[in-house]
Design a protein around this ligand. Structure first.
Ligand SMILES: Cc1cc2nc3c(=O)[nH]c(=O)nc-3n(C[C@H](O)[C@H](O)[C@H](O)COP(=O)(O)OP(=O)(O)OC[C@H]3O[C@@H](n4cnc5c(N)ncnc54)[C@H](O)[C@@H]3O)c2cc1C
Ligand SMILES: *[C@@H]1O[C@H](CO)[C@@H](O)[C@H](O)[C@H]1NC(C)=O
Length: 390
């Protein structure tokens, strides 16, 4: 199969990193984003060694490492400061990289700068509406402004409420889990931490920060909820008295601009991430929304795009159909294991979850997650295919 030209819908972290990965494979691509500028949904993300290895291979890591907070472990403590659990999020010795917590906008800006340096096209104000034709060779779709476009492959990197996904799953609506994260960023100094205090830390009290949300929130409902910043500040301050001083300090002053609401939706495990003719593909949150417990949402999205690009880079040696099947299987197997880690963390964190569900708390071993070898895995798969073929 000849080299391709790829259209990417969405300039979130999935779309931007995919574009860089394709460029590295000498595959031309264009990004189309509905907003007039990259969407700033705020907040920070935590990157683990599996994603950092990819960002390193793409030349991003060295540019962002000093712009975030480098750490290795996440501590869980109770209200009086007793250490309950230590969760590894990275490790220079063990996994090659410390974890990196970084503002989403910082990461996005850096990726945009790199796209510019490499002359990768990104078109803002272009909202994808629907696929109008797919053949064995290419795919044509419409934008909201009435224009249409054709490419060899169309990739939906358009997030949890993906419109591209509707082409594959017209009736799928992501389910709201009934849970949301209300988050805020404040300067570390405001916490007045004791000297040497380890962060990041999760402080849990028996009732700790869990509250029933109203059912039946639709997306418009969430928009309204997010707009009422005073109510959100009040929500964060409400239960603070049950927490140690540093938490009370943290919520004593919360700038409106630094508040984020993150409603958790789930997308069920999908049968296919590509259309039958393999000209339309989905990845990132659109293909698998991962609950936040293990902090793997964006990390897994980086894996999707990087693997996808590595496989397309082999497109002259293998059948596209086989490559995409391998990709999806490989990716879904890892995501299933991430879901298991999520569940294990929930059993430890959520009030009384483990006691009532009868599930067993098991040791969480993470080297499979943090020490992947995508390149070797793709190369050995291709070798296997070629040996079988001859
Ligand atoms: C507050 C918050 C905090 C989070 N924290 C973490 C964290 O710490 N760690 C972690 O791993 N994950 C975290 N997540 C999850 C993580 O943000 C997602 O997994 C990640 O953003 C998914 O990236 P994406 O590129 O697939 O989708 P998105 O980031 O949603 O990007 C989709 C892009 O597509 C564009 N788009 C949508 N529809 C169209 C269309 N029709 N036409 C053109 N463009 C379109 C959108 O405007 C957007 O720019 C967090 C999420 C939130 C909301
Ligand atoms: C924290 O754990 C310690 C040791 O188990 C216990 O003595 C203490 O009461 C706990 N504190 C809270 C607030 O639960």
């Amino acid at each position: 199969m000849a080299p391709l030209n790829i259209a990417i819908i969405g300039s979130g972290l999935s779309g931007l990193s995919l574009a860089l990965a394709l460029h590295q494979q000498n595959i031309p691509c264009t990004i189309y984003e509905s907003h007039l500028a990259p969407l700033n949904i705020g907040g920070a993300v935590m990157l683990s060694p599996n994603a950092l290895k990819i960002l390193d291979a793409l030349g991003v890591y060295e540019r962002v490492r000093a712009k975030g907070y480098n750490f290795e472990t996440l501590e869980y403590k109770n209200g009086t400061g007793e250490l309950l659990e230590v969760y590894e999020f990275g490790g220079k010795e063990k996994y090659g990289y410390e974890a990196l917590r970084i503002y989403r906008t910082v990461l996005i800006d850096e990726l945009l700068a790199m796209l510019k340096e490499k002359n990768i096209a990104i078109v803002f104000g272009k909202k994808f509406t629907k696929v109008v034709a797919e053949t064995e060779k290419d795919v044509t779709w419409d934008f909201q402004d009435g224009s249409s476009q054709t490419a060899d492959i169309l990739v939906g990197a358009d997030g949890i409420h993906s419109t591209v996904r509707r082409y594959l799953y017209p009736d799928l609506v992501p389910a709201f889990t009934g849970m949301a994260g209300i988050t805020a960023a404040v300067p570390t100094a405001q916490l007045k931490l004791p000297p040497g205090y380890h962060i990041p830390v999760t402080i849990m009290t028996p009732s700790g920060g869990f509250k029933r949300m109203g059912d039946g929130f639709d997306r418009a409902g969430w928009e309204r909820y997010m707009a009422d910043k005073d109510a959100l500040v009040a929500f964060l301050q409400e239960d603070a008295s049950g927490f140690p001083a540093m938490v009370q300090n943290a919520v004593s002053h919360i700038p409106h601009a630094k508040i984020n609401v993150w409603p958790f939706y789930v997308v069920p495990k999908l049968e296919r991430w590509a259309s039958e003719k393999r000209r339309v593909v989905i990845l990132g949150d659109g293909a698998h929304a991962i609950p936040p417990s293990a902090g793997q949402g964006i990390n897994q999205a980086f894996e999707d795009g990087y693997m996808f690009a590595l496989l397309l880079g082999q497109a002259d040696k293998v059948e596209m159909q086989d490559a995409l099947s391998f990709w999806q299987e490989y990716r879904q197997e890892r995501i299933a294991k991430v879901m298991w880690v999520n569940r294990q963390i929930d059993l430890r964190r959520m009030p009384k979850e483990a006691q009532t569900s009868g599930e067993v708390i098991e040791e969480i071993e993470l080297s499979w997650l943090y020490l992947p070898n995508f390149k070797d895995d793709v190369e050995s798969w291709v070798r296997g295919k070629l040996e079988k073929g001859n």
